[in-house]
Design a protein around this ligand. Structure first.
Ligand SMILES: *Cc1c(COP(=O)(O)O)cnc(C)c1O
Length: 489
C-alpha cells in the first residue's frame, strides 16, 4: 500500500545536496536558499493536507527548480530598472528626473573613493560641502548666495524656521497647497514654528490684502507656486514684483517657493510660462526655493538661492545638519548645474529636456521601425501607431500636454491587465498605460537606446502570459490605472 506521503518528502539537508542546489549554495547566501527550501516543502505539505497524493509529489529536479525560482524571487533587489512607457516624463513613482550621464557618473565616483567633501585642498583646512554647488547656483541664477538641502519640502521648513520662527508669514488662500502625501503648507508652517497668516480668497488675492495684513510681527511674505494645480476663470493673484515692492517698503523678506525649478524657457515646446528661477532672483525675491529633480532635471534636492543674509541664517539652523545632502547627491547636483553653464548642452545632456524637445516626427520614425517587429510577436493580435499625449508630471505643469506617438498593442487570448502585470514583473520592468483593452506605449519617455530591451520585454511578457494561461494563475486582479494618481507628486 502507499506509504504516508509526508514521509516521502526529502529533509532540507537532502534538498541542499541536489546538484543544482549545491552549486547555487556555493555562490549564493545559504540561509536564503535554506529558507526557500523550507517554504517550498511547507507548501507541498499544505497541498498534501488539501488532498494531494503521492503521485502529485514533485521529483527532486522539479523541487529544485521551484526552490531556485523561489530563492531568486526572494533575493532579487527591490529596485529594478524600469522602462517608462507611460509618457509621464518626471514620474515621481519612477524616480522623477533621470539624471544626465555626467551627473550619474559624478555620483558614482564620489561614492567609491575619498573626495574633498569638506576639506579645502589649498589650505588643508575644513570647508563647507555647499561649495560644490554654491558658486554654480549663484552664477546661473544671479543670486548672492545659495545652499542645498535634501528636498524642497526640507528647504521650505528650514527657510521658514530660520527666518520666520514665531513670526507671521503672509500667504494667499489661493496658494495653500498640498504637494503630495503629508506635505501641506499649513502643516509645514506649523512644523517650522512660523505662524500662517492667510489673506485673500481661493481665487482672488490682491496686493492690498497683503498690505493690510502686514504688522510688526510679520516675518515674511510667501509666494507658493501652484505647480501642481491651476485656478482658472475669475482669478487674480498678486505678482511677485508687487510682493517684492511691498516687502521692500516694510522691510519684510519675500520668499518664493518656486517648486518646479525651471531654469530654461519651455515656451517653445508649447508649455505656458513657467516662472524661471533666475527671473525670480532678478525681480528681487529674498529667497527662491525649488526642487532639484523636477524641472532642473537633477538629483533629489531642495535648493535655496537668494540674499546672503538669509542663506547664512539658514545654514546656521540646527536643522541644516538633519537636512544636509550626501556626497553623491552633491556631486550629481554639481554636474547637473555645470551642464546649464553651456546653453548648447542643456537640451542634449539633461535627459528630461531631451525628451521634452524630441520632435514628434522622430518618435514617429522610431515607432515605424518598431511596429513590424511588434506586430509579428507571438501573442500580439494587433499593434498600431497613433497620436498620444505626454505629460511633464512630477507635480509640474499639471494640465499641459505634449503631443506624442503611442504604440497601442492588443494582445490575443490574454487580458491586457495580465499583459501589463507580466511587463511590470519582467526584467527590465516595463510600466505602460492601459486603455480600452489596449496597452499603450508612449515612446517619448522610452530612451531610444531602450527600444531593443522594450521589444524583448514585450516578447517575454507575452510568452510568460501564454505559458500561464489556462493554469488559472492565482495572481488576483492585475487591474492598472490609466492615469497617475493625484498622489503622484
Ligand atoms: C514639488 C514642490 C514642493 C516639494 O518639493 P520636493 O522636492 O518634492 O520636496 C514644494 N513646493 C512646491 C511649490 C512644489 O512644487
Amino acid at each position: 500500500m502507499t506509504a504516508n506521503p509526508f514521509r516521502l518528502l526529502p529533509p532540507v539537508n537532502e534538498v541542499l545536496r541536489v546538484p543544482r542546489i549545491a552549486t547555487l549554495v556555493e555562490e549564493q547566501p545559504r540561509e536564503l536558499i535554506t529558507e526557500a527550501i523550507r517554504e517550498e516543502l511547507n507548501l507541498v505539505r499544505q497541498k498534501l493536507r488539501n488532498g494531494w497524493t503521492e503521485s502529485d509529489l514533485p521529483d527532486a529536479e522539479t523541487l529544485a527548480e521551484r526552490v531556485i525560482a523561489r530563492f531568486e524571487k526572494a533575493y532579487q533587489p527591490n529596485f529594478r530598472t524600469v522602462i517608462n512607457a507611460t509618457g509621464i516624463i518626471l514620474h515621481t513613482n519612477l524616480g522623477r528626473a533621470p539624471m544626465a550621464e555626467e551627473a550619474a557618473s559624478a555620483a558614482y565616483h564620489a561614492s567609491r573613493a575619498y573626495l574633498n567633501l569638506e576639506l579645502d585642498l589649498e589650505s588643508g583646512k575644513r570647508s563647507s560641502r555647499q561649495l560644490a554647488v554654491r558658486n554654480w547656483l549663484c552664477k546661473l541664477t544671479g543670486a548672492e548666495a545659495a545652499t542645498a538641502v535634501n528636498n524642497n519640502a526640507a528647504a521650505t521648513v528650514i527657510a521658514l524656521r530660520a527666518i520666520c520662527q514665531g513670526k507671521e508669514v503672509i500667504l494667499s488662500r489661493g496658494q495653500l497647497v498640498e504637494i503630495g502625501g503629508s506635505f501641506r503648507i499649513p502643516e509645514i508652517m506649523a512644523v517650522s514654528g512660523a505662524i500662517l497668516h492667510e489673506v485673500g480668497t481661493t481665487n482672488i488675492t490682491r496686493i492690498g490684502d497683503y498690505a493690510k495684513a502686514i504688522n510688526e510681527n510679520t516675518g515674511a511674505l510667501l509666494r507658493v507656486h501652484t505647480s501642481n494645480y491651476r485656478i482658472r476663470g475669475h482669478t487674480k493673484a498678486a505678482s511677485l514684483e508687487e510682493l517684492i515692492a511691498l516687502g521692500n517698503e516694510h522691510n519684510v523678506p519675500v520668499i518664493d517657493d518656486a517648486g518646479s525649478g525651471a531654469m530654461v524657457n519651455l515656451l517653445p515646446f508649447g508649455f505656458s510660462d513657467e516662472p524661471r528661477i533666475q527671473d525670480s532672483v532678478q525681480a528681487g525675491a529674498d529667497l527662491v526655493l525649488f526642487s532639484g529633480d523636477k524641472l532642473l532635471g537633477g538629483p533629489q534636492a531642495g535648493i535655496l538661492v537668494g540674499r546672503a543674509k538669509w542663506i547664512s541664517m539658514i545654514e546656521k539652523d540646527p536643522l541644516m545638519r538633519a537636512f544636509r545632502l550626501d556626497k553623491m547627491t552633491l556631486a550629481a547636483l554639481e554636474a547637473t548645474l555645470r551642464i546649464y553653464l553651456d546653453e548648447r548642452r542643456i537640451f542634449e545632456d539633461i535627459p528630461y529636456l531631451r525628451m521634452v524637445s524630441t520632435p514628434v516626427e522622430t518618435l514617429q520614425e522610431r515607432a515605424q521601425r518598431l511596429l513590424p517587429v511588434l506586430t509579428k510577436l507571438p501573442g500580439v493580435q494587433s499593434a498600431t501607431i497613433g497620436e498620444g499625449v505626454s505629460f511633464v508630471g512630477g507635480g509640474s505643469l499639471p494640465d499641459e500636454s505634449l503631443p506624442s506617438i503611442v504604440i497601442s498593442i492588443t494582445p490575443s487570448n490574454i487580458s491586457v491587465g495580465d499583459f501589463a502585470y507580466a511587463l511590470r514583473m519582467g526584467t527590465p520592468a516595463v510600466v505602460a498605460r492601459v486603455r480600452d483593452g489596449q496597452l499603450l506605449i508612449d515612446l517619448r519617455t522610452v530612451f531610444p537606446d531602450q527600444d531593443k530591451d522594450l521589444t524583448k520585454a514585450l516578447s517575454e511578457a507575452l510568452t510568460k502570459c501564454a505559458g500561464a494561461e489556462g493554469k488559472n494563475d492565482s495572481n488576483a486582479s492585475h487591474a492598472v490605472e490609466d492615469k497617475p494618481s493625484p498622489e503622484d507628486n
